[in-house]
Design a protein around this ligand. Structure first.
Ligand SMILES: [Zn+2]
Ligand SMILES: [Zn+2]
Length: 265
């Protein structure tokens, strides 16, 4: 199984995953055209997508789903509450393409098993996903205010993690956001700070060469070097050697990460 983070951050999120028989997107939060371009940059083809799965209805995760569904007849999967709260700007999605899953269940798509795991965020019924293919696995965990025991249990042992590292608490505190927005971001329904992100990873990583892609970085309240350094320090303190036991990577708002295997070892 290979993957590329096509985009990550509050300006848009989308992850491309391909196995022998399936090609999926987790979220499509850029315009249809931008998704098409980025897919092509990593060797993908929008016309061959098996499905798009949606974590939650925020526009940075759903912006392109309507266009892509209509243009290429791609089935769209989300839970019922998310369907009900979709922004109008997404446009109509033909009924045969509207697929509903239950949170906490496993969706089978060709040779992939995809489990949806509820997370805490200010959306109707947000989920993370873990994706299994043969002996390989990855998980997409972004847009969450805190990391529950259940998330830890479900994603421990995966080969690749796309993992939220949203803000530096000090940068957020001294920054220019209105206080109610700051409070929302810091709450249990908001986003993970660099510190929370690193702490949670110490409970998840086994040091078997897992790849961690730090994702959904705030453009105003974080810096990729700072996120990287903070997580690295916390992991090192926990006895994990970054670069050896664990690989840390960046994701970008404006370009895709190179297509890479989920399992390196
Ligand atoms: Zn988001
Ligand atoms: Zn969100």
């Amino acid at each position: 199984m290979n993957f590329s983070v096509l985009a990550s951050g509050s300006s848009g999120n989308s992850i491309y995953i391909e196995s022998r028989r399936a090609r999926i997107l987790i979220d499509a939060g850029l315009s249809g055209k931008q998704i098409e371009e980025r897919l092509k940059q990593v060797g993908g083809n929008p016309a061959s997508l098996t499905a798009i799965l949606v974590t939650h209805e925020h526009i940075d995760h759903v912006k392109g789903i309507g266009v892509l569904a209509r243009r290429y007849q791609i089935p769209i999967y989300m839970n019922e509450a998310t369907w009900k709260h979709l922004p109008r700007s997404v446009g109509a999605i033909p009924e045969p393409l509207q697929k509903i899953f239950e949170s906490n269940s496993i969706i089978e798509l060709e040779d992939l098993q995809i489990e949806s795991i509820p997370i805490s965020h200010d959306a109707a019924e947000p989920v993370a996903f873990s994706i299994h293919y043969e002996q390989e696995s990855m998980a997409v965990v972004t847009d969450l205010g805190y990391v529950s025991e259940r998330i830890i249990q479900k994603v421990t042992g995966v080969d690749t993690l796309i993992w939220e590292c949203n803000h530096d608490v000090e940068m957020l505190r001294i920054g220019s956001y209105p206080w109610n927005v700051k409070r929302r971001i810091l709450s249990d329904l908001g986003h993970l700070s660099n510190d929370d992100s690193g702490e949670a990873l110490t409970n998840i990583l086994r040091g078997k060469g897992e790849q961690v892609y730090l994702a959904h970085l705030s453009k105003d309240n974080n810096l990729s070097e700072l996120a990287h350094l903070t997580v690295k320090e916390i992991l090192t303190e926990a006895g994990l050697s970054v670069g050896k036991d664990v690989q840390l990577f960046e994701t970008y708002p404006h370009r895709p990460t190179p297509l890479k295997p989920v399992r390196l070892r």
